[in-house]
Design a protein around this ligand. Structure first.
Ligand code: NAI
Length: 484
């Protein structure tokens, strides 16, 4: 803590470098900068206390400073133990008008290379706003990526109501054990915290496919404690960030981690959804021969039409030089798959959670050893002497081994996030305990800002044409069922 500002980052002296990159990023983020211009006088987020859990990168710093410019009080953590850019975290704490000795920015709890207990400690700290002695203050808005904060609050409320946190089970993952430990500690030292802050939360805006899936499951079970906006399924999010963002950052991660030539090699991509499509295109762009594994015949057919081979992982595993998981599903690459891989094959995941690859099983294989080549790059050697290279310990490699998506594509995603925060915060009474998407005219607005920034010229519908196809001259131009 310095003055009134509490935080924990790796090194505050990195703030100057962070600020330089934030300034460069602002120019590449026209969506966020337009919203700042449009709303900074109106201050629509005045009174909002936003708890954010999303990769603490340079681009996220521009998002945070946009939320602050619109009136919000913000506290932040990363949603992944490896994804923080320490200079961005430092600059966000210092803020545009502060100094290292007198930071005036935002409370950030994030650094690259957190342990799991540290990660969950940070998340818990982020939820505790400074309050007068004897009082408690939590957030009234959540901005989530992957749903960890939403899950923590729901579980916290559930176990506090029950008066007990269940004992850790042998079948629990290491991470789940850590979450239960944290809640047990909270119940012992600050009982009732989660049940006090939970009901005051007006809503959550969720960034990614995996987090959205968790929200729909909570809503279907009737357990959602506050309304949610699914930002991921704005077209200007998933059809751009997930696809073109990964097209950029997947090979960035592979190259920074390994510098192994991709051209001419065989790449196996599990999943041909939005992320898989971008990943496959970037690998092919480097000259790789790409094989897709899919469970959905529609996506498999798309892959074939796009010119890729479609095969099962079992069929393709022993011929692949790069194996990338993009499914958002679990148990995709098993230890048997790993043992069947080529010598020194590169294995990585770009889906949200690390359960796509059986890392726990790998560590338990008899005679296996792990050698750190550099942080987030490990050479695993099996008992028979064969090795594989695993990136970011099975966590999303584009943020662990590189710096995630570039600013321009994140501008579209984060413009949706900002609009969704304004929407839920200012119109809280219009939303039930369900999961909503933003209306199409806002999606089109975000797209238009970025078209113009790229120098595109829009064709205008005539009144007669608009009538003929049954839309308004000013949009929206497509029905909700249109798939792009
Ligand atoms: P999606 O639902 O569009 O695509 C996933 C695909 O995987 C689907 O087509 C599905 O049929 C397929 N799939 C499921 N189980 C499979 C299996 N056992 N074998 C083969 N294919 C299987 O989802 P999207 O948007 O592509 O996201 C995928 C994951 O990536 C999610 O966890 C999401 O949160 C994450 N994500 C990560 C980003 C990053 O920067 N690293 C950016 C955006 C999303």
């Amino acid at each position: 803590r310095i003055g009134d500002l509490d935080f924990k980052v790796a090194d505050l002296s990195l703030a100057e470098f962070g600020r330089k990159e934030i300034t460069l990023a602002e120019h590449e983020m026209p969506g966020l900068m337009t919203l700042r211009r449009e709303y900074s006088e109106v201050q629509p987020l005045k009174g909002a206390r936003i708890a954010g859990s999303l990769h603490m990168t340079v681009q996220t710093a521009v998002l945070i400073e946009t939320l602050v410019a619109l009136g919000a009080s913000v506290r932040w953590v990363s949603c992944n133990i490896f994804s923080t850019q320490d200079h961005a975290a430092a600059a966000t704490v210092v803020g545009p008008y502060g100094t290292v000795d007198e930071p005036k920015g935002v409370s950030v709890y994030a650094w690259k290379g957190e342990t799991l207990p540290e990660y969950w400690w940070c998340t818990d700290q982020m939820l505790r706003w400074p309050a007068p002695a004897g009082e408690r203050q939590g957030p009234n808005m959540i901005l989530d990526d992957g749903g960890d904060v939403t899950m923590l609050i729901h579980k916290g409320v559930q176990y506090e109501k029950a008066g007990v946190v269940p004992p850790t089970d042998e079948s629990d993952s290491e991470e789940w054990g850590v979450v239960l430990d944290l809640l047990r500690k909270s119940l012992a030292t600050d009982p009732g915290y989660y049940s006090e802050i939970g009901p005051k939360i007006l809503g959550v805006t969720e960034e990614t496919t995996t987090g959205v899936l968790r929200l729909y499951q909570l809503a279907a079970a009737g357990e959602l404690l506050f309304p949610a906006i699914n930002v991921n399924d704005s077209v200007t999010k998933s059809k751009f960030d997930n696809k073109y963002g990964c097209r950029h950052s997947l090979i960035d991660g592979i190259n920074r981690a390994t510098d192994v030539l991709i051209g001419g090699k065989v790449a196996l991509v599990a999943g041909y959804g939005d992320v898989g499509k971008g990943c496959a295109e970037s690998l092919r762009g480097q000259g790789a021969r790409v094989i897709i594994a899919e469970i959905d015949p529609i996506c498999a057919l798309q892959a074939l039409m796009d010119g890729y081979q479609v095969a099962t992982i079992d069929q393709a595993i022993s011929s692949a030089d790069f194996i990338i998981t993009t499914t958002g599903n679990k148990d995709i690459i098993t230890t048997a798959h790993m043992q069947a891989m080529k010598h020194q094959a590169v294995l990585g995941n770009i889906g949200h959670f690390d359960n796509e690859i059986d890392m726990a099983g790998l560590a338990k294989l008899p005679g296996v050893t792990k050698l750190e080549i550099k942080p987030q790059v490990h050479l695993w050697t099996f008992a028979n002497g064969k090795t594989i290279l695993v990136l970011s310990e099975g966590r999303l490699l584009n943020l662990g081994n590189a710096t995630g998506h570039p600013s321009f594509v994140m501008s579209a995603s984060f413009a949706n996030q900002t609009i969704a925060q304004i929407e839920l915060f200012t119109k809280r009474n219009e939303y039930d305990l369900e999961v909503y998407r933003l209306p199409k005219h806002l999606d089109e607005k975000v797209a238009l800002i970025h078209v113009l920034a790229l120098g595109g010229e829009m064709t205008k519908l005539t009144k007669e044409q608009a009538e003929y196809i049954g839309v308004d001259v000013e949009g929206p131009y497509k029905a909700d069922h249109y798939r792009y």
